[in-house]
Structures are given as C-alpha cells and as structure tokens.
Design a protein around this ligand. Sequence first.
Ligand code: NAG
Ligand code: NAG
Length: 265
Amino acid sequence: MLSFVLLASAGLVSQASAACTRASLIEGTASYLQALTAGKASFSSLAAGTVAYQENDVALDISKGLLSQGITIDFNRSIYDTTLCASYTEVVATSKHAYVIGTRLAFTDDKITKIESNVCDDGDWLFNAKGSLDYNKKENWDPIPAAKRDSREVIKAAGDAYINAWGDSSIKPPFSPQCSRLEGGSYISGGNCKLNFPPPFNVTNRRYTIDEELGAVDIFHNFPFLDKAIPRDPGTQTNNFMRVEAGQIKYIHENTVCAKKSCAK
Ligand SMILES: *[C@@H]1O[C@H](CO)[C@@H](O)[C@H](O)[C@H]1NC(C)=O
Ligand SMILES: *[C@@H]1O[C@H](CO)[C@@H](O)[C@H](O)[C@H]1NC(C)=O
C-alpha cells in the first residue's frame, strides 16, 4: 500500500513538472544570485550531475566562470516563466569589477539544469555599468494588476515584432509613446524605439523567458553583422529584455557582447 501511494505521488510530481511554480523559480533564482555574490560555483539549487553552463554563447566549466568571482551586486531584476520553467535576471555591478549581466536559468523539477549569461564588460556595446544602474533604478517594473495583464502570446508577439522589424520596415512594433531603450549605459526615451538595419537581417536562435505578472519578455538571440570579428551567422551574442504594458513596449534593455571589444566603434 505504501509503495502504491509513493508511486502514485511520483506520477503526479512528474506530470506537474511540465510547468513550475513561481515560488520555486523565485527561490532558485535567489539562490543563484546569492552564489554569484558569494563566488560559489556549487549551490543547492543546481541539479545533480552536469549543468549546462555558457557565457556569451560559449560553453564553459561552471567553476571557471562568473560564479567563481564573487560579484558585488548593486541591482538585480528578475522575471519568472512558469510555462517554460525558466527565469531571467539582470544584474548590475559597479564596484570591484563592473558588469552588466543577463542570465537565463532553465529549471527541471525545481532544479537549475542550464545557465546562460551575457556578460557585458568594458568594451562591449555602449557598456557603462553606472549608467545602467542609474537608469534601471528610475524605471517601474512593478507587477501588473491582474485585470490588466496581457496574455503570454501578446507579450511574446510584442517582443518578436521589435526584433523582426529590424530587418523588415513594414513591421510596426507596438511601441508605447513613452518607450525607452537602455543599451549598455545609454538611454533613449520618448517613444522613439524603432530600429532598422539593411537587409538581409535574420535574427535566429531566440530563447524566451516570458512573465505575464510582470508584463515582461526576455529574448536571448544572435545579432547579425554588428561585429566584424564574427560571421553574420551566428552573429553577436545579445539579449533584449522588454516590459510590455497593455500590449505596448514600454522599456527595452539590450545587452550585447562584442566578440572583439569596442565593436560599437
Ligand atoms: C536582488 O534584489 C532584491 C530586491 O529587488 C533584493 O532583495 C535582493 O537582496 C537582491 N539580491 C542580491 C543577491 O543582491
Ligand atoms: C532565418 O534563419 C532561419 C534559421 O537559419 C531560417 O530557417 C529562415 O528561413 C531564415 N529566414 C529568412 C527570412 O532568411
């Protein structure tokens, strides 16, 4: 009888793991941030065995990367995707070693199974951690009241439209009149968020984190042509993190890592 009950409940657990609880994603993300602060490449929320780890699209031994350093975090902002079981966290550090870091954590059965970070440092696209900190603090990413939340599809479509319009000027992304964009430490505001680049411009390898409560989407992707040091395909490693309110893009944060430093020049 006891073994029957255990088996039955194990079945329930594996069914439930198709989606995750917000609480477990919050807890796992907080433990990642604590480990980043402490400089510990091993912590309790990591899955047993091998965790896929990459920085700037390059696979790395987790013990040799950011988690071994001990980073003094000035600011962090996280979103939680209970459908894909993932979180995205933005970290700004201005003292000791200045960084702006975007990290996507993927979870399986409440444990972290994959970590990918864009690590922006001196010489990366418009890098300025102090600027990033100041502008980040001024923005409001509070939870959206339940009655006003957009669906996952609406939030994703807004994020994709922003990126798709880069190579196709016939696409009109739904920008809020207050749309602003933080790129590295540079800020533009007043709704003028449109970008367009010469075709062909095909942004591939999109990895999403979508949070309906916070009206947010982050997309890790590749950015063709920016960086002459690497070929158009796959392109420069980038992520764009967006706040969507009533279907409109209010804030955009871009982290772009130059393969060859100073690719913005
Ligand atoms: C992340 O930010 C939250 C508040 O937004 C704060 O409570 C928490 O201490 C921060 N975590 C770290 C590791 O700095
Ligand atoms: C963009 O790249 C993807 C993946 O390589 C490919 O499947 C798709 O056809 C491309 N789209 C365009 C418009 O070139």
